[in-house]
Write a protein that binds this ligand. Structure first.
Ligand SMILES: Nc1ncnc2c1ncn2[C@@H]1O[C@H](COP(=O)(O)OP(=O)(O)OP(=O)(O)O)[C@@H](O)[C@H]1O
Length: 222
């Protein structure tokens, strides 16, 4: 469903150039879980940002279902991203002045009545037995709870693929296991493809295909 070929990305600092992605090739099938590990600064987030169309590569090609992505076509790119891609970051980035259900409602892209959006948001909360948290303020929730809500938010528009950048980076081991099992359970349920960047060996193990990023190149994990 996703393929990239010879992806390159460079950053310029005065007169010097840093090659962050050096001809990266990757192929991801529908419903697959891909994990990418690697030392800090090796280009994992940059790769994720390019694949998830948040950043444009300097060279190389990205295909979604064999359709070449045109980074110059910003209007369609934005639409494609909204309709097909979900994100989970280390920091859940929920809106603090909205409660739990409102954070989910506001994430729904489709034009629907507020009541219908609310029903959908409650249905999602129900999947994790969190309907009772509907009106809870974001500031009073634990890190694990916030990340569970951010997973529901990523899924609420039925994306075909979800990109996760260190989804458990801010959690202890118990919460990390819990969040990962929820992420996998829900994405399997919806047949959503997952691409996960992580520092955590235990998280990396969930990958159907596991990769390591080293100095801008991607290698299959041994
Ligand atoms: N927008 C940017 N401008 C300049 N340099 C950047 C930019 N984004 C990333 N870099 C540099 O590119 C390199 C790779 O960064 P990236 O965030 O992709 O690494 P990473 O493997 O995800 O690291 P970490 O595990 O610490 O998050 C780093 O040296 C970083 O400073």
């Amino acid at each position: 469903m996703l393929r990239c070929e010879s992806l390159k990305k460079e950053f310029y600092y005065g007169n010097s150039i840093q090659s962050v992605l050096r001809k990266v090739d990757l192929s991801v099938k529908k419903g697959e879980i891909i994990t990418i590990m690697g030392k800090s600064g090796n280009g994992k987030t940059t790769l994720l940002n390019c694949l998830s169309l948040l950043e444009s590569p300097d060279d190389g090609k990205i295909y979604y279902e064999d359709k070449l992505i045109d980074f110059n076509d910003t209007k369609n790119l934005e639409k494609f991203r909204r309709e097909n891609i979900g994100y989970v970051f280390q920091n859940p980035n929920l809106i603090p002045c909205l409660n739990v259900v409102e954070n989910l409602i506001i994430a729904i892209h489709e034009k629907q009545s507020y009541a219908k959006k609310r029903r959908k948001a409650l249905e999602m909360l129900g999947l994790l037995g969190m309907v009772n948290k509907e009106k809870q303020s974001i500031s009073t929730m634990s890190g694990g709870e916030l990340q569970r809500v951010s997973i529901l938010r990523a899924l609420i528009n039925n994306p075909k693929i979800i990109f996760c950048d260190e989804p458990t980076g801010a959690l202890d081991e118990e919460n990390s296991n819990n969040v990962m099992s929820i992420l996998i359970k829900l994405t399997k349920m919806y047949n959503t493809t997952l691409v996960i960047v992580t520092h955590d060996q235990n998280v990396a193990k969930v990958g159907d295909n596991q990769y390591v990023m080293r100095e801008g190149k991607l290698y299959e994990s041994e």
